[in-house]
Design a protein. Structure first.
Length: 367
């Protein structure tokens, strides 16, 4: 999605985020599921007799997903097989999906919103579009990674890091704060992806933690340091591997996926900032159930599935993200969440992406 299109979607989101839709249709029973994640899931649900009507028989569980099909498609296929529920999934950019839900209002067919970041979930919550989740679900995830109002919950964690080329720079020479990268010695050696939603969430966090003027100053200083612009995090990691740049601002899992795909060691590693500033933000991919959901019980079954040990292992092993349900370790290459110097920030407050886009456009980081 182009910056102009993203700005349009987020402007729409901000303009109608105050609307509250209070229509809650009757719940439709759905089976409870204790899933297991198969190595290779069948492309279609296993056909079984249906002695009693279920949500699957009456209609589809509709998911609006800001997560890509390549990341979660196999997991959703497993859910269909395990639960007997049929899914109808609409994929798109997270901000675009949130704006669509708000525009559709009470006529939205969505039961579940699966977002790439907490900001979009916070925007829907602020508009009153998410229904409260049961305490037994919320309590499975630490409070820092779920709504303080109980209407959305994190499923997997995504840490901001600096990926660096091990042949060009020693980790001991890397700064412990994002401000250290504005030093002239990094001129022309860094990369970022300003159109990327995760980067924009980082800038939103910077605005919240240090204020508008400080955030503007950091972005301007980074531009003045001749930072190179890339389309996405994957392109940044590739540039680091090739030695085009010494380091770049990304999410933690991109270099891990590159290593897994190529089956060997690469000259690229993650550097976790130790200062607790916005550069150490841990955001979440999470879900909320719409207040207008036609199949709320089936939606709850889906959320339980995502929080199950098998699904959490999927995120660890397949997408290289952090599990959020305690008791399961992350990938061995990662520091545990408890050891990260994360900033003190309420993820609900990342919803003001429009303000971030305005700042980035004003200083020339976005066209």
């Amino acid at each position: 999605m182009t910056p102009h299109r993203m700005f349009s979607s987020l402007t729409l989101l901000a303009a109608i985020a105050f609307l509250i839709v209070a229509c809650q249709p009757p719940a439709t029973p759905a089976p409870q599921v204790t899933p297991t994640i198969a190595a290779v899931a069948d492309p279609e649900p296993v056909a079984e007799p249906e002695p009693e009507p279920t949500a699957a028989a009456e209609g589809q569980l509709v998911i609006y997903s800001g997560r890509s099909e390549s990341l979660i498609g196999p997991l959703l296929t497993t859910f269909e097989t395990e639960s007997g529920l049929r899914l109808s999934v609409r994929y798109g950019e997270t901000a675009e999906m949130a704006a669509t839900i708000l525009e559709e209002g009470r006529n939205s067919p969505a039961d579940v919103f699966f977002a790439q970041d907490a900001g979009a979930l916070g925007a829907l919550a602020a508009a009153g579009r998410l229904r409260p989740l049961p305490a037994e679900l919320l309590e499975q995830v630490p409070s820092a990674f779920r709504s303080n109002q109980g209407d959305w919950i994190g499923i997997s964690g995504r840490a901001r890091t600096v990926v660096y080329n091990t042949e060009l720079v020693a980790e001991s020479d890397l700064p412990e704060t994002i401000w250290g990268f504005t030093d002239p010695r990094w001129k022309g050696k860094l990369g970022w992806a300003p159109t990327n939603g995760s980067f924009q969430s980082f800038v939103t966090a910077l605005r919240l933690l240090e204020g508008e003027e400080q955030a503007r100053e950091w972005v301007q200083a980074t531009i003045a340091n001749d930072i190179k612009v890339y389309a996405n995090n994957t392109a940044i990691v590739e540039a680091v591997i090739k030695g085009e740049i010494a380091a770049g601002f990304v999410n933690h899992y991109y270099v891990l996926r590159a290593q897994a795909e190529r089956g060997g060691q690469l000259p690229a590693r993650n550097h976790f900032l130790a200062s607790g500033d916005a550069g150490a933000l841990v955001n979440v991919a999470g879900v909320g159930i719409l207040d207008t959901a036609r199949h709320p019980e089936a939606a709850l079954t889906f959320v339980r599935f995502l929080l199950s040990p098998a699904s959490q292992r999927y995120f660890v092993e397949q997408t290289k993200e952090y599990p959020l349900v305690p008791g399961l370790d992350p990938a061995p290459e990662l520091k545990p969440l408890a050891e990260l110097a994360t900033p003190d920030i309420d993820l609900n407050n990342l919803r003001d992406l429009q303000g971030t886009l305005a700042l980035l456009q004003d200083v020339g980081a976005l066209d």
